[in-house]
Design a protein around this ligand. Structure first.
Ligand code: NAD
Length: 359
């Protein structure tokens, strides 16, 4: 069977890692007709829009997309195109596995964690009120009236919506994933002791959903601050974590750190009938065009994509090839070497070539 898949190269190091991943995926023998689409600055330059409808339509039609990282200006300028894609397509589940690979420098061995992050709500809903604007002043006045609490007049405000609907579906997703992947436990992570009406709702809803999986998958609760410490001290006590958007974003980077960093952290944004696969890392603009960075996070995102399109055998072969190349430690990028200036390090495409040679 031939699959049609959307490919968004992204910017910065995006095109280099996306091409490396595409070549590795093609080398598995799975027949893919790649449909290239633009988003971010490239799309703005070519079509006058950051996220053209054409790009969204391509993903909706093909149901799967491999995406390179896209830059977002910090503090000012346009909002994240990466977040906009997830919102526009209702890709509500963000799946971020963190797994140890032999040969990767890291403080821990044998870690195998999966972070399931809610992707559509919370402080990332993009509902923000800028300091000093009339609508912000109105909002502050209204909140002060109804809550009887003071907000300083020079405040900016971000809204944190958390709904039962979105919580039910993400917690259900986490349990269903755990069942399918042969996992043992789901831990829900919140700050429900402080934010009772948002995190509290997330926790209560998770407890309800968990009841339907009793006897099949264990359920456990944790507070996010304590979880950050527990993950550093006893990461092997955890299996699948399910979290609201912001905590999920932060702790998934922490989990990536446990297994050797962003260079090997893949991700998937999954909705009811489509998904976008991308590395956890960003566009690392300082390395752009140098054929230097590690392509593994993007290739492992490709492994998740192959699993999603039910090409499990190819997914396994590709992951094994990646594992072997890393374990051998010869044809790997600078960040896998003991000395980052080791002249025997290969470039992005060289590492992809080594992986392809094993397929
Ligand atoms: P980043 O992940 O791009 O880079 C942080 C550092 O991690 C880099 O300096 C580099 O040392 C290292 N790194 C990242 N990827 C690597 C790789 N493949 N191989 C080796 N080292 C790697 O994070 P940032 O600097 O915070 O963000 C840069 C830009 O990327 C920003 O514009 C940000 O908005 C964007 N971003 C995009 C996404 C996405 O597309 N989903 C995610 C995160 C950040």
């Amino acid at each position: 069977m031939k699959h049609k898949i959307t490919l968004i190269p992204g910017d910065g190091i995006g095109p280099e890692v996306a091409i490396a991943a595409r070549r590795c995926i093609d080398a598995t023998g799975v027949k893919i007709d790649w449909e290239e689409a633009l988003a971010g600055q490239d799309a703005l330059d070519k079509y006058g829009e950051l996220l053209p409808q054409k790009t969204l339509d391509s993903i909706k039609k093909n149901k799967a997309c491999l995406k390179g990282p896209i830059s977002t200006p910090i503090g000012t300028g346009f909002r994240s195109v990466n977040v906009a894609i997830r919102h526009a397509l209702d890709l509500y589940a963000c799946l971020r596995p963190a797994k140890s690979y032999v040969g990767v420098k890291s403080y821990y061995k044998d870690i195998d964690l999966v972070v399931v992050r809610e992707n559509s709500e919370d402080l990332y809903a993009g509902i923000e009120f800028e300091e000093g604007k009339p609508e912000t002043k109105d909002l502050i006045a209204q909140i002060e009236k109804s809550s009887k609490k003071n907000i300083r007049p020079d405040s900016g405000i971000s809204i944190k919506p958390i709904s039962k609907f979105a919580t039910q579906r993400i917690v259900k997703f986490a349990f269903e994933y755990a069942l399918k992947a042969g996992r043992k436990k789901v831990t829900v992570v919140t700050k429900a002791n402080i934010m009772k009406f948002t995190d509290g709702l997330f926790l209560n809803t998770a407890r309800e959903v968990a009841k339907t999986y009793e006897g099949k998958i264990a359920f456990e609760e944790a507070l996010v601050d304590n979880m950050a410490m527990q993950l550093v001290q006893k990461p092997k006590n955890y299996d699948v974590l399910v979290l609201p958007n912001l905590y999920g974003d932060i702790l998934s980077d922490l989990c990536a750190g446990l297994v050797g960093g962003l260079g090997i952290a893949p991700g998937a944004n999954i909705g009811d009938d489509m998904a976008v696969f991308e590395a956890v890392h960003g566009s690392a603009p300082k390395y752009k065009g140098q054929n230097k960075v590690n392509p593994v996070a993007m290739i492992l995102s490709g492994v998740l994509m192959l699993q999603y399109i039910k090409e499990e055998d190819a997914a396994k072969r590709l992951e094994n090839a990646v594992k072997k190349v890393i374990a051998e430690g010869k044809s790997v990028t600078y960040d896998f070497k003991a000395d980052r200036n080791d002249p025997s390090a290969v470039g992005t495409s060289g590492m992809a070539d080594a992986i392809i040679s094993l397929l």
